[in-house]
Design a protein. Structure first.
Length: 120
């Protein structure tokens, strides 16, 4: 009778400890899509030459450069203008303006078509 009880006990334990169903294999990760890119609007307030000179007289060069960098200029940065401004602006601001004169600032405004493929 012991053997029968032992067999019933082992059978009950085996039934309870039946192998679990294997976990499903992970598939490819869910694909997420970034929201469309909406660039910030370009600053419309162009800085006039007298405003730039006043700004440079009232603030440190780093702050002047930071402010000017966020706006278009209402005047050309040609050689003649740069020579004229040299007498009125700090060297750091002049260095920035000379570098800015070499760059097509309008193309850097952030106006990007999110539907267009990036250049390769």
């Amino acid at each position: 009778m012991r053997w029968v009880s032992l067999l019933l006990l082992v059978g009950a334990l085996c039934a309870c400890a039946a192998p679990e169903e294997p976990a499903p294999e992970p598939g490819p990760p869910e694909r997420s899509v970034a929201p469309p890119y909406r660039p910030p609007p370009a600053a419309e307030e162009a800085i006039e030459r007298p405003e730039l000179i006043a700004l440079a007289g009232a603030h440190p060069p780093e702050e002047v450069i930071s402010r000017v960098d966020r706006h278009p200029l209402a005047f050309e940065l040609d050689e003649r203008t740069l020579r004229e401004l040299e007498a009125e602006l700090p060297a750091e601001v002049m260095d920035y303006l000379r570098k800015r004169a070499r760059v097509d600032w309008e193309s850097l405004r952030g106006e990007v078509d999110p539907e267009q493929d990036p250049p390769k």
